[in-house]
Design a protein around this ligand. Sequence first.
Ligand code: KIV
Length: 384
Amino acid sequence: MSEKVIVFDTTLRDGEQSAGVAFDQRDKLEIAERLAALRVDVIEAGFPAASTREVDAVRAVARQVREASICALARAVPGDVDAAAQALRGAAAPRIHVFVNSSDMHLAHQLRRGRDEVIGIARAMVARASDAVGDVEFSPMDATRADPAFLAELVDAAVAAGARTINIPDTVGYIMPHQLAAMLDQLRERSRELHRAVLSFHGQDDLGLASANALTAVRHGARQVELTINGIGERAGNTSLEEVVMALRVHGSELGVHTGVRTEGITELSRQVERRSGMAVQPNKAVVGRNAFRHASGIHQDGVLKHRATYEVMDPSWVGNAEGTQIVLGKLSGRAGFAARAEALGYPLRGARLQRAFERFQTLADTSSTIDDATVTQICQAIS
Ligand code: KIV
């Protein structure tokens, strides 16, 4: 039987931590509305302790968006937890996400507290958040570089204090998939309490491994993944929602899992986040890049014209890509791609006429990066 993986979107929180990105209340509301329409399960709307404007923005999302759980982030300090609780008042399904540093490096150089103190802080702040909203997620920050025995102890304290979700952050995008697999297996063995909570994974993309790590986490028991649209986020970004959700759609039956995401809304939401964040999506970005379904080489064009799935692992309509499969004519295109475009433009060429037109096309294509429809039309008219 297929199990559900909870999709936790953090575009409005970790995504906003991208250098140069700032969402105002309208941006947050519009993006949150669309995320809810996409049927993500949890929307992390922001970090209320940051400012009163952030409290207002999270509150607006919490009041207006009713179809998803709305989450607010809080450091493990009373003021943050209270600010999160205040911002979430009125939400249909509020969640507070409490985090504290967990690696020895962070404890020594940033938090400057001992391990026992950190366990006490986590216990107290999870309990405080739990009293306020009931649904609490706990993250031991920099978990992938923490001591495994201490991590298990910290996780147990958080679950005992009321955390319903334990999120394992790869805060600096450090871990490799096989290491993460071993780490999660070991954590489940060491922890006495983890079975009572949902295991979640949050990955940064510093080494370009975030999506692979999220899928590995799912294979090793995670039933929540934390993601952002277009993979925006701190430094090199967070884990791309579109990549993980589509990988789970393509491979879900083998993995025995599914998400509730309506994937047909992905491309539109990606474009909206691109506009609102000002962060351009690279053309070759998986799933949502402008080139994701564009075929430039003759061999691939010949294949997709005969049978789309020869060179595509998903149908563009699955992600709401309105342009669909595209043949881009250029230097590497073959006769099949050229003939198909000519025919679509009203010039069904065969035999010697096709050969002559194709030779003209090749001469032009050698010196320009792409050949547009107007040029194909001119070539066809010239040999008619
Ligand atoms: O990267 C990180 O560790 C975080 C946590 C707050 C989940 O963003």
